[in-house]
Design a protein around this ligand. Structure first.
Ligand SMILES: [Zn+2]
Length: 295
């Protein structure tokens, strides 16, 4: 395994140990990192694509002191970080890719408050704000922070269409129906902050490559059992793939179309990525990701 691809995990002693071992098995590294990540609200997913349940000792009622704790970025590779997911407010992982010339974020988060916390974590790490934010799909917890992001946003055409529909419904009906959808949404917007929905600045025309400066990034549409507007983001040089909720079922039943699962499995399998980050879970291996997809 090339040293560039070895995992980082902040200044954690585990990461130091892992990084001293150039022959470490990537699957074992990911498993060790996942076990070490402190899940601020217990991990798992009550509202989103729930699949894997956290151990009982990690559930929110067992660790109330960690609720709404300020979180820091987690470092995945030399150039890739993420701001960790949170169950209580249905906040997904937010990705961050640092090129030599500019940076990209993956997903805009649940609200302007979510964006502010993410950017605060970037600032604490001395990392510049993203110039471009790529949206994995249209769901509110991944997109409603878009009005507060720095730079421009990129999304698929169907993502923008879904967002435009949702914005119109908000204009016509007010935010009540949205807040009534789930407790996690009321937790996010419980302080009375306005629900602001906008569309992305740039429509992704298909598969596109960016060069953030010695850091190629591939953004491409994919079939998904979760929504019809899935965009995946691969950082080939870092062997990392951001999946959003692509491996989950349809909201709110979480049913999965087996044919779409098979098509996505082929796409995932064809990548050379070794680190996979789903929207509401900790980093996984390719094998774990495919297993989760096919559940
Ligand atoms: Zn989703």
């Amino acid at each position: 395994m090339d040293g560039r691809y070895r995992l980082f995990f902040g200044t954690d002693r585990l990461a130091e140990a892992l990084n001293r071992d150039p022959g470490a098995d990537p699957e074992k590294q990911i498993a060790a990192m996942r076990d070490t990540i402190r899940r601020p609200n217990g991990g798992g997913k009550a509202f989103g694509p729930a699949r894997r349940q956290p151990p009982a000792m990690c559930r929110p009622e067992k660790i109330p002191i960690l609720r709404r704790a300020i979180m820091n970025l987690k470092r995945l590779t030399e150039r890739v970080w993420f701001y960790p997911f949170e169950e209580e407010r249905d906040r997904p992982n937010l990705g961050y890719i640092r090129g030599d010339n500019w940076s990209m974020a993956v997903d805009a988060g649940h609200s302007g408050g979510h964006v502010a916390e993410f950017y605060g974590a970037l600032e604490r790490e001395g990392l510049p704000l993203p110039l471009l934010t790529v949206l994995t799909h249209w769901h509110w917890d991944h997109t409603f922070g878009m009005h507060a992001v720095h730079g421009l946003c990129l999304a698929g055409d169907r993502t923008n269409a879904h967002l435009a529909d949702f914005a119109e419904r908000l204009r016509n009906e007010g935010a009540g129906f949205f807040l009534d959808m789930h407790e996690s949404i009321r937790n996010e917007y419980g302080d009375g902050r306005p629900v602001i929905v906008k569309t992305a600045d740039i429509v992704c025309p298909g598969e596109v490559y960016f060069d953030a400066g010695n850091c190629p990034i591939r953004v491409f549409p994919a079939v998904s059992p979760h929504t019809d507007d899935c965009l995946l983001t691969e950082i080939p040089g870092e062997k990392t793939l951001f999946l959003g909720d692509a491996c989950g079922g349809v909201f709110p039943t979480w049913e999965k179309d087996p044919d779409k699962c098979r098509q996505l499995a082929l796409i995932i399998n064809a990548t050379e990525a070794e680190i996979f980050l789903e929207g509401h879970w900790t980093p996984s291996t390719k094998g774990e990701t495919l297993q989760d997809l096919m559940l």
